[in-house]
Design a protein around this ligand. Structure first.
Ligand SMILES: [Fe+2]
Length: 276
């Protein structure tokens, strides 16, 4: 069985788009805290298609569906396939893995089940499953830690981008930080052994973060639906618009990235919502 996706490129720059946390429902009219998640997801996809960013791949980083529904996962597939790019994905805390794996693995167009990518001559991308079934916080199982370690060890000359749903850098929001990755120390022990790890990319926190963690670029990305207010100890929403992230991986290990937001529509959540 082939476990690694290999991409040969004459261009030394690998470009990716990340979409995260669409939280789709069985009913395409359903709202999450006042936002129709299907409509905002579709708008994000449309604006990605209209953008001039010439990317090669899409990374979908979890919480694809809110209510475990087959219809939600099918609509995710239909939507993301419109981009006509290879798509790689990981689960988030809200995903129902039996349904998710069944539907996304049934060869839905360009959607790949592979979690290890060798992109061009200089990069590898390692996609980890940090879900703990039934809870909001995350943890990397021994299997996931071993997978991470083995790929970093196998390709030490390549720069690495590690992708997982949960956040590892605290957001200064107590309600959200209790839902972080729990075994950060074990993750750190592996990652910091390999100087070519250049980036860590997550979803989950529904806000843009661009920071650094032990010399590694740390990125979190707005959801395609509701946004959580930054630096708020209690649950609060933000009226900033849904978005996505563009990433360019250079042949010298540099990561160029920017967060984009919906420009051609307005999605306003119910700002009085007091929980999620
Ligand atoms: Fe989410």
């Amino acid at each position: 069985m082939v476990n690694t996706y290999k991409y040969q490129s004459s261009d030394n720059i690998i470009r990716l788009v990340q979409v995260t946390d669409p939280h789709l429902f069985q009913d395409e009219m359903s709202e999450l805290l006042g936002i129709n998640t299907q409509a905002s997801f579709s708008q994000v996809l449309q604006e990605i298609q209209e953008s001039t960013f010439d990317y090669d791949f899409v990374l979908a980083t979890g919480d694809l569906v809110q209510d475990s529904s087959e219809e939600g996962y099918l609509r995710f597939c239909q939507g993301i396939n419109k981009l006509q790019k290879k798509v790689f994905w990981i689960p988030g805390n809200h995903d129902f893995q039996p349904k998710m794996f069944e539907i996304l693995n049934e060869n839905q167009g360009n959607i790949s089940p592979l979690k290890h990518l060798l992109l061009g001559d200089f990069w590898q991308v390692i996609m980890l499953d940090s879900q703990v079934f039934g809870v909001s916080y995350g943890e990397l199982s021994q299997h996931q830690l071993d997978f991470l370690h083995s790929k970093l060890q196998a390709y030490p000359e390549r720069y690495a981008l590690i992708v997982l749903h949960h956040h590892i850098v605290l957001t200064n929001s107590a309600w959200l930080d209790q839902h972080n990755l729990r075994n950060i120390q074990e993750f750190k022990q592996i990652v910091t052994k390999f100087p070519n790890v250049k980036g860590i990319l997550c979803g989950h926190i529904h806000q843009a973060v661009d920071s650094e963690w032990f010399g590694i670029k740390m990125m979190a990305t707005p959801s395609t639906c509701i946004q959580f207010k930054a630096d708020s100890n209690n649950f609060a929403l933000d009226a900033v618009q849904p978005g996505w992230r563009e990433i360019a991986l250079y042949d010298n290990g540099f990561i160029e990235t920017s967060v984009k937001r919906v420009q051609k529509a307005v999605f306003l959540p119910n700002m009085l919502s007091d929980g999620y």
